[in-house]
Design a binder for this molecule. Structure first.
Ligand code: HEC
Ligand code: HEC
Length: 189
């Protein structure tokens, strides 16, 4: 009887341990795909830090390089202190078709809050930042999924037009990967 119980306990903990390992592997694979998106220039050109200088990477110029014309978004993150972003990045849902013209969407073009600085971060650093609401603009995983699904910035990133490169996948895949990563307990490499 006791031997039977011990065998049973071993068997069940064995299964539980195996499931956790599988979840972790699946979660890490999902994170790798999330990182491939978040570290793409269509995202990091805006997701810059306190210097408030947007980037022009992945646009055919020698890399890395800052936004031309000495643009600085300032503390306002919209260039209110100097030249507002909207001077060139108009708010419009017309398709982006002219190469090297300022991209536009149906939303005020602006930089994210400083704490969403992703530029140049490796996989481990960005993972630690994104899984902690204190360092990602107050979002839990559900909040991140909601944002990527609804944000016109993210939609533009996956469909930038005008010959621009785009991150791998699409909005739905990114949302599904965030969900897998969250279910696995947001593992980091
Ligand atoms: C034009 C600039 C711009 C680009 C390009 C951009 N973002 Fe953002 N992002 C923002 C702003 C601004 C915010 C702050 C939330 C808001 O105001 O919508 C933000 C916030 C976020 C957040 C945090 C959610 C939150 O509520 O703060 C995530 C996640 C995100 N962006 C993902 C992406 C991904 C993925 C890409 C590339 C596919 C991308 N962004 C490209 C401007 C941008
Ligand atoms: C004087 C006009 C002008 C102003 C003002 C301006 N931009 Fe731009 N911006 C451009 C042009 C033109 C491009 C396209 C460059 C190219 O594709 O070669 C661009 C591209 C960008 C990109 C890169 C998009 C990509 O494809 O990855 C970002 C990010 C950006 N701008 C952010 C900003 C922000 C934030 C502001 C306000 C602080 C701003 N810009 C103000 C003209 C401007």
């Amino acid at each position: 009887m006791i031997r039977g119980l011990i065998a049973f306990l071993f068997a069940t903990t064995g299964v539980a341990a195996q499931e956790t390992t599988l979840d972790r592997e699946g979660g890490l694979a999902a994170w790798d795909r999330i990182y491939a998106v978040a570290s793409h220039p269509r995202c990091t050109n805006c997701h810059v830090g306190a210097d408030a200088v947007p980037m022009w990477e992945g646009l055919g110029y020698p890399n890395p390089r800052d936004h031309g014309m000495a643009i600085n978004a300032g503390e306002s993150r919209i260039g209110a202190e100097t030249i507002p972003c909207r001077t060139c990045h108009v708010t419009s849902d017309r398709p982006n078709i002219v190469p090297h013209a300022a991209p536009h969407i149906l939303e005020a073009w602006r930089l994210p809050p400083v704490e969403l600085d992703w530029l140049g971060k490796d996989s481990a650093a960005l993972c630690a930042q994104l899984r902690d609401p204190d360092s990602n603009d107050g979002n839990d995983v559900a909040g991140l999924i909601e944002h990527v699904t609804a944000s016109p910035f993210v939609a533009w990133g996956f469909n930038p037009g005008a010959g621009r490169s785009q991150p791998p996948g699409d909005v739905a895949t990114l949302a599904a990967d965030l969900s897998r990563w969250g279910d696995a307990g947001t593992p980091c490499r």
